[in-house]
Design a protein around this ligand. Structure first.
Ligand SMILES: [Zn+2]
Ligand SMILES: [Zn+2]
Length: 166
């Protein structure tokens, strides 16, 4: 899905009095936010409220993107739960990085892109107890066992061992 679905027309709220709010549910599959980030789904609620400075966005969303487990490198869905409270301001005077466009469009994509970029830098695991890869042979310890750790004795220790045995 194109990220255009995240461009909300808020014209109706701009003309409403301060305090007016609008609730909606979001449920989108596969939204491409940028060349680098595609969210596999976006689900949750969205409240947009008219304030004096702009539109306050409050949202609880669950989304996910494709990632790799940082221990075993298996492909995973990196799930992201977002509690958003962000003001989209009318003018540049207000201290916010998000604004409502001239065309009365509020772009949630910009906000989600920022959140996803932060989350991408966080390491995710395929499961909490992922066993990872063997540093010797690369075997994925979640699926197989290898004999590396059993009889892997550092060569220097091996010499010591033979000396001790004499
Ligand atoms: Zn893993
Ligand atoms: Zn191994």
């Amino acid at each position: 899905m194109n990220n255009r679905v995240l461009k909300m027309n808020v014209g109706f709220l701009l003309h409403a009095s301060s305090g007016t709010s609008n609730d909606s549910m979001l449920d989108f599959p596969d939204v491409q936010l940028s060349d680098e980030i595609t969210l596999n789904y976006i689900r949750g609620n969205l409240r947009m409220s008219r304030t004096k400075e702009g539109i306050l966005v409050q949202s609880h969303l669950e989304t996910a993107f494709d990632d790799a487990c940082f221990r075993c490198l298996d492909p995973i869905q990196h799930v992201l739960t977002l509690d958003i409270e962000e003001l989209f301001a009318f003018n540049s005077a207000a201290e916010t990085e998000f604004r409502i466009g001239e065309d009365a469009v509020l772009d949630l994509g910009a906000l989600l892109r920022a959140e996803a970029l932060i989350e991408q830098s966080h390491r995710a695991l395929c499961k909490p107890d992922c066993k990872g890869l063997c540093p010797e042979c690369g075997a994925n310890w979640n699926y197989e066992t290898c004999s590396c750790s059993d009889d892997a004795i550092d060569p220097r220790l091996a010499i010591l061992k033979t000396l001790l045995e004499k």
